[in-house]
Design a binder for this molecule. Structure first.
Ligand SMILES: Cc1cc2nc3c(=O)[nH]c(=O)nc-3n(C[C@H](O)[C@H](O)[C@H](O)COP(=O)(O)OP(=O)(O)OC[C@H]3O[C@@H](n4cnc5c(N)ncnc54)[C@H](O)[C@@H]3O)c2cc1C
Length: 475
């Protein structure tokens, strides 16, 4: 008899597909159940107005060798290195991001520069010891003035809560090792002493969009005998004695397997269980997510602005980021002469914006892009399209771990259930973190050895300085 297990994976995003890819390579019987009609989850690519686009900007980067090896194994040579240009738009000015000293000095008044230096010095002498909130953590590293200029407005647009309610975990995961000293040093000396390009300058991008990684994985999974079922949303999880016995989708179809890997939202997984500790269920209901609405505009120009994307800090507009797909790689533009922009709006379920119609969103986006003067008055918007991504960002409200940790401990007691991924494990993952979770869960199932999955992306190092060369990452 074969010792290989049957595995059901809920969700065909980066985490779920990576697990399926690895498990089918080892001969396991794998079924992926996906609620939408395509693979890639939030990292999918798709055709729009005759070109290829992603769900907002999707830059793949990792300093982890096993993640990069997998990227190369799957994508092979079908990628290119994209020159990165990203800027911050704040108070009618563009600031290079990462910050460059000359550019910062040019954009700021002498008074603002004095305020930055003073607030940094003040922080060094009188700073708080307890850095539990995002605001305190960033202020401690950069001083109050820089926090207000470069962190506050953007973060509050993104998370929808004040920075003193955001947990410092978010800062620790994303900007851990930066300090004003290091930022200034990098701004003055740049990358000159380093003969290699770093991820600050360039990133690897599949020639047909970031989702090509997952389309290729899907082909391999099917070639190796796995199956991917589309348009099937898992609703109910039958639990007996901390073991998942079956799953039921919204059409009442029942599925069974030895092992279940879940990348569906953690909160909905718990709410769908037939048996659950009431205290755990109540704690899980305190965890919440922020939604994203993407508004795509096709503009009749091929030269709008040079950035891959722009962070829009300015509080006078609602959107927070604009991607320009003209500036990624020519193969996704498919020789068309127009430019597709993608504007990101964030909201909670109860906010008016989440209920806006497509027409209202298109109108708002057009008004805001013209307010910022990012398209010429002579340019026309030819087409618009809207995509809504519910539960996109797990909100790290201060103290959220008091609710999450008991849930994690409870789920660790399950015999055959493994929640992974961005909303699957309530972690603010990038693709690389979800891919790593997929690799490690497959390894755990194969070897029976615990891979400590819940610790991934809790304390990641700042990765921007990883070197790359023309054949890829140089680890
Ligand atoms: C606007 C934006 C920009 C981003 N930029 C970057 C970037 O630059 N670099 C980067 O690396 N990452 C970026 N990310 C993050 C990246 O997209 C995610 O980290 C990654 O997609 C997470 O993969 P996942 O598999 O964990 O989750 P997901 O991609 O969310 O996949 C989960 C899958 O499960 C399916 N599903 C959910 N519920 C059910 C159910 N009940 N039954 C069946 N299926 C279900 C979903 O449809 C989805 O396909 C960005 C994300 C967004 C939204």
């Amino acid at each position: 008899m074969s010792d290989k297990k049957s595995v059901i994976i809920i969700g065909a995003g980066p985490a779920g597909l990576t697990a399926a890819y690895e498990l089918t390579k080892k001969g396991n019987k794998v079924t992926v159940i996906e609620s939408t009609g395509s693979v890639g989850g939030m990292a999918k690519s798709f055709e729009l107005f005759g070109q290829i686009v992603d769900c907002g900007p999707h830059r793949f980067f990792s300093s982890d060798k096993i993640v990069n090896d997998l990227f190369h194994e799957v994508v092979e040579d079908d990628y290119t290195l994209v020159n990165r240009l990203t800027r911050i738009y704040y108070k009618n000015k563009f600031f290079d991001y990462p910050l460059k000293l000359g550019n910062v000095l040019k954009n700021l008044s002498p008074l603002e520069i004095i305020q930055i230096l003073w607030s940094y010095a003040f922080q060094r002498v009188f700073g708080k010891k307890n850095l539990d909130t995002f605001e305190d953590w960033v202020t401690d590293k950069f001083g109050k003035k820089l926090f207000q200029m470069f962190f506050k407005t953007y973060s509050e647009k993104l998370w929808g809560i004040s920075c003193d309610q955001i947990d410092s975990d978010w800062a620790a995961q994303r900007i851990k090792k930066l300090s004003l000293y290091e930022a200034v040093k990098a701004a003055i000396f740049g990358n000159k002493g380093n003969k290699h390009k770093t991820l600050v300058d360039q990133f690897a991008y599949p020639k047909h969009g970031t989702g090509e990684v997952y389309e290729k994985m899907a082909r391999s999974i099917i070639d190796k005998g796995g199956e991917i079922l589309f348009n099937k949303k898992i609703k109910e999880i039958e639990v007996v004695d901390k073991t998942v016995k079956s799953l039921t989708d919204e059409n009442g179809i029942v599925y069974t397997a030895d092992i279940i890997i879940s990348t569906m939202p953690l909160t909905l997984l718990l709410q769908g269980m037939s048996v659950i500790d009431q205290n755990i269920l109540n704690l899980s209901k305190k965890l919440y997510f922020r939604n994203t609405t993407l508004v795509y505009l096709e503009v009749d120009s091929n030269q709008l602005f040079p950035d891959n994307w722009i962070y829009v800090h300015s509080p006078e507009v609602k959107h927070g980021r604009i991607t320009n797909f003209r500036n990624w790689c020519p193969s996704i533009n498919k020789e068309k002469d127009t430019t597709i922009l993608c504007m990101e709006f964030w909201s909670f379920d109860h906010e008016e914006l989440w209920g806006y119609s497509d027409e209202q969103l298109a109108e708002l986006a057009a008004k805001e892009i013209r307010t910022l003067n990012l398209i010429q008055t002579s340019s026309n918007i030819l087409n618009t399209s809207v995509m809504r991504i519910p539960k996109c960002y797990p909100v790290y409200e201060t103290g959220y771990m008091e609710n999450l940790q008991p849930v994690v401990d409870y789920l660790k007691g399950f015999k055959n259930l493994y929640p992974i991924g961005r909303y699957g494990s309530f972690k603010y993952n990038n693709q690389d973190h979800s891919i790593l979770m997929g690799i490690l869960i497959a390894r755990q199932i194969e070897t029976g050895r615990d891979q400590n999955l819940w610790s991934i992306n809790t304390d990641s190092d700042y990765q921007e300085q990883t070197e790359i060369n023309l054949t890829g990452y140089n680890i």
